[in-house]
Design a protein around this ligand. Sequence first.
Ligand SMILES: [Zn+2]
Length: 208
Amino acid sequence: MIKLTKGPEPEVLINNKGRWTRDLLAAIEEGNAEKIRAVTKRYNHSEVKTALKEETRQKCAYCEANVTDVAHGDIEHVAPKSISRDKTFEWENLTFTCQICNQNKSNKEGFVDPYKEEPDEHIFFAGAFAKGKSLKGTLTVAELKLNRIALIESRNREIERYADQLEKVFLIPDERTKELLLASMLNELDGGRPEFIAACRMVLSQYR
Ligand SMILES: [Zn+2]
């Protein structure tokens, strides 16, 4: 997990969230389950999803795997929509995740929020393994199953790739060239696009 920054709110939410929230609360008041479901689904708008994907750079906000290579991915409610109904259409409460993290999180709360918190303060990486640095970090790793086998394998592959690059850089005798190559590796990670940046940064921290 890495720190994420909220992008601009899509027009469709700005223009409709007030009405949609009123409709939803009215359906809840009515106790009309079918209507509740129908109104709730309005958050799942292509404009919203596109904006969220931009924000997470097509990756899962929780596990940092590339989602869009193999799946459509899910719009995820940080505060669960089944509990915080009034936040169903709130831009600040939406993010983009893989289906597995979304299902693992379900209607649970109390996890590290990559928008409001610095994930590095709660989760660290021992090689490919995510580990808690705080109670909240440990809970997040355990409940979202951030050490599931498929993730460990993918993370390991990326870590090895960075470690291989770093090993070659260490062998370069010219200090200036070395610095330039290291800076470009760090830049790539800072750009936010590669998978598993949080774990790969641990590898690059070795050069300091
Ligand atoms: Zn995920």
